[in-house]
Design a protein around this ligand. Structure first.
Ligand code: AMP
Ligand code: ZN
Length: 110
């Protein structure tokens, strides 16, 4: 599948990676909408927020909250906004969670 975020996960193309764990990789958005704009991306290709099956949704949700905690610690801020575009509102059809903080945090994300 020709998916830009799968290529970042597989290190086939470069990204400014903040960290990764078993479930997620976190890197800078290439076209930031705010002072801090990271993307939290599941390592497995998942089309969108509605694509989880019942068996995996709880472990992904739990890992996502853990991951957001790590991002918050690394970036030393608890003042952030989480945005998920879905379906036709997604430019990239691989689920990603926008983590926004700092100046311009209230600007529109796409
Ligand atoms: P969305 O509209 O929610 O699908 O947002 C996709 C986001 O991915 C946009 O904010 C883009 O700037 C970002 N993006 C696209 N390609 C890359 C890339 N190669 N590295 C980092 N961010 C990217
Ligand atoms: Zn993908």
């Amino acid at each position: 599948m020709d998916c830009i975020f799968c290529k970042i996960v597989n290190k086939d193309i470069n990204a400014d990676i903040l960290f990764e764990n078993d479930f997620f990789i976190v890197f800078s958005d290439i076209k930031p909408s705010a002072e801090i704009h990271k993307l939290i991306v599941p390592k497995r290709h998942i089309d969108n927020l509605l694509s989880f099956n019942d068996a995996e949704v709880l472990e992904y949700w739990s890992s996502l909250v853990d991951t957001i905690n790590v991002v918050s610690d690394l970036l030393k801020t608890k003042d952030f906004k989480i945005v998920v575009n879905n379906g036709n509102l997604q430019q990239v059809k691989h689920l990603h969670i926008h983590f926004l903080s700092g100046m311009n945090v209230n600007d529109k994300v796409n």
